[in-house]
Design a protein around this ligand. Structure first.
Ligand SMILES: *Cc1c(COP(=O)(O)O)cnc(C)c1O
Length: 405
């Protein structure tokens, strides 16, 4: 008898690819659109790659295993995965979402699903107690949607309480666990019905694929997702599935190391003049730390902080040498971004709950000391230039803001 595999072993081990006669040690890449059949009437296990592809299926089974669900589905992007979840609803149904959402999720709910007759309500689902949660849901609520942890404010919803409230209302609880990945958090164990990942981020980890994953707890919901996956066709291609599998096998070592570096960066930043409200779930002053420790095994790779002044935040980010200025996060290479100007710019300013000067760092695999020295230097530089940088173009002559993409 072997004991159940421990986490690092489970991340590396892959399910067997059905029918591989050569027992390849790496998952075979079935870069094919169609599969020849034995006869005109008797179809084999695979016929057409939208409906099923062995490489994608290996990825999906691995994802289901890691998140503790019954089945998983791989999509062409994280938002395609979220659209698949919202696509379970029909006109007249209601989505209740936490009011601090990734910009693309907010845009998808408000500008794609609302015009189709699905109502969307945003509420603070993180600070709500049991009775407030119950009051936030209505008899029409069919989907409760939260991020755990939220990006970029790093707030933590109480997953078990949300699962209870959703069940009472007859709604599904979907958790976007992009910022944690199954390495740090498995929402199904806390009662979630669906887990969503933008696999573009931590799961892949190398910044070379866009992909999304939905993991379902139960077969009933999985069967509906399977039908839509094939019928709507937003499936992940075989090569991207193969790259993602390759990235996922180092999930454990990457994230343990990146999260430890993120904790060091956060601790040093907290003591540096010029950085205020430093956020990381390892810090003792984080309001949700105790809750997070009950339902997750690590604090993640994102660190957020403020400078008190947007111009200063822009100058700081622009003077960093070891961080690329980039949207997205979770890669082995560190990045810095200004969410209000970048990933969350598609949320109308009046609805945004983010501080304008918020800087988000994604900590990679570099030596943390190099990152810390870079941040210290950039902070010093941006505080020395005490007056805000004069704008080179007069306000009136500026081109109109680009519409959010
Ligand atoms: C990036 C992101 C998404 C969207 O994923 P894509 O792969 O970019 O489509 C969804 N949720 C969160 C929390 C994200 O960070």
């Amino acid at each position: 008898m072997t004991t159940p595999a421990r986490p690092h072993t489970r991340v590396v081990a892959l399910p067997d690819v059905a029918g591989d006669p050569w027992h390849a040690s790496a998952p075979p890449l079935y870069q094919t659109a169609t599969f020849a059949q034995e006869s005109a009437e008797g179809f084999g296990r695979y016929d057409y790659a939208r409906s099923g592809n062995p490489t994608r299926e290996t990825l999906e089974r691995h994802c289901a295993e890691l998140d503790g669900g019954c089945r998983a589905f791989a999509y062409a992007s994280g938002v395609a995965a979220i659209a698949a979840v919202a696509g379970l609803l029909k006109p007249g149904d209601e989505i209740v979402a936490h009011d601090d959402l990734y910009g693309g999720s907010h845009r998808l709910f408000s500008r794609v699903f609302e015009p189709r007759g699905i109502s969307v309500r945003y509420a603070n689902l993180v600070d709500a107690d049991d009775s407030a949660l119950q009051a936030a849901l209505s008899p029409r609520t069919r989907l409760v949607f939260v991020e755990s942890v939220t990006n970029p404010l790093l707030r933590v919803p109480d997953l078990a309480a949300l699962a209870r409230a959703a069940r009472r209302a007859g709604a599904l609880l979907a958790v976007d666990a992009t910022a944690m990945s199954p390495w740090f958090q498995r929402p199904i164990e806390h009662g979630a019905d669906l887990v969503v990942h933008s696999a573009t981020k931590l799961l892949n980890g190398h910044g070379d694929v866009t992909a999304g994953i939905v993991v379902a707890r139960e077969e009933g919901v999985a069967a509906r997702l399977a039908f839509h996956h094939n019928a709507e066709g937003a499936v992940l291609g075989p090569f991207d599935a193969w790259l993602l599998l390759r990235g996922m096998r180092t999930l454990g070592v990457r994230l343990d190391r990146q999260a430890a570096s993120a904790a060091r960066v956060a601790e040093v930043l907290s003591a540096l003049p010029g950085a205020t409200r430093v956020r990381h779930l390892s810090l003792a002053d984080h309001p949700d730390r105790a809750r997070h420790q009950r339902q997750a095994s690590g604090a993640g790779v994102l660190v957020a902080f403020e400078t008190g002044n947007v111009e200063r935040s822009v100058a700081l980010v622009e003077s960093l040498k070891r961080f690329a200025i980039a949207v997205s996060f979770g890669s082995i290479a560190s990045t810095a971004s200004l969410p209000c100007r970048m990933s969350h710019a598609s949320i109308p300013a009046a609805e945004r709950t983010l501080p304008e000067d918020l800087i988000r760092l994604s900590i990679g695999l570099e030596d943390p000391q190099d990152l810390i020295e870079d941040l210290s230097r950039a902070l010093r530089r941006s505080s020395e230039s005490s007056s805000p940088r004069p704008s080179p173009i007069p306000q009136s002559a500026r081109p109109p803001a680009l519409s959010p993409t």
